[in-house]
Design a protein around this ligand. Sequence first.
Ligand code: DX5
Ligand code: ZN
Length: 291
Amino acid sequence: MSLPDSVTDVVAYSSGNHAQAVARAASRRGMRAVIVMPEDAPALKIEGTRAYGAEIVTYDRYAESREKIGGTIAAERNAELIRPSDFSQLGTEIKRLEEGGADMIHVDVMDGHFVPNLTIGPPVIKALRKHCSLKFDVHLMISPVHKYIEAYADAGADIITVHPEATDNLEDSINKIKDLKKNVGVSLNPETSIDLIKNLLNKIDLVLIMSVNPGFGGQKFMPEVLEKIKELKKIREIEKLNFDIEIDGGINFDNCKIAIEAGANILVSGTTVFKSNDGDIKKNINLLKTK
Ligand code: DX5
Ligand code: ZN
């Protein structure tokens, strides 16, 4: 067994659930993980770990002992540093966001297929919607998305955002959202070009630029996406359009200003809002707005 030469942030040894936890934690932090697993580990565990973007190195557990690779077990502890949001507290957290000065609630919907993570669906959004007067900005990271648009409209979404890769016909999906009298958002992954939506910008209310690969909060901001924001801003001026430009992923107190200067007028923030300054949401929102 040999480990890849390329730069790796986390190397962990595991044969089971722990492998997935480490891979998930690494992915959320934008780290590259290599997980060493015995080749007879359950296929589901191997696939589940790979789904979080980790590279798997397998070995024959009978030929190579754990001791031999002991030196490479660097950072299993990373798994504990990242905890999912407490979904049982969603109602309270939304209240705190509202009181803390948030302008909208951004809801990340993930299907475990379009992105390697699962979150909430229409029934939960519907239940939360009743307790909040802010707009619900629903970011659908699900594929195929088209047939579910109506369910999210019914659940109370005010803005429905789809990814071009998640629908057979982006224009049809845009029209459907419009027919349901909701605002239309289209989201571009870091590697997705704006060419894909240039001819549709006149029908779009919001362009959501992903500044991380979608799937997890807590990842590292990718500054290269600011170029797309600058170009969109230019197009908006030249063509006299008025879509919003929203940025999502890794936004913090150091990069919020450059994102706004580039042209973003809506910032999405999870980790910075909930975790900075001992979770003082009001202070964090205010800092993001004024930095
Ligand atoms: C990625 C998610 C995140 C999240 C923001 O799929 O969409 O970008 O909402 O979380 P932070 O602020 O932790 O990156
Ligand atoms: Zn999002």
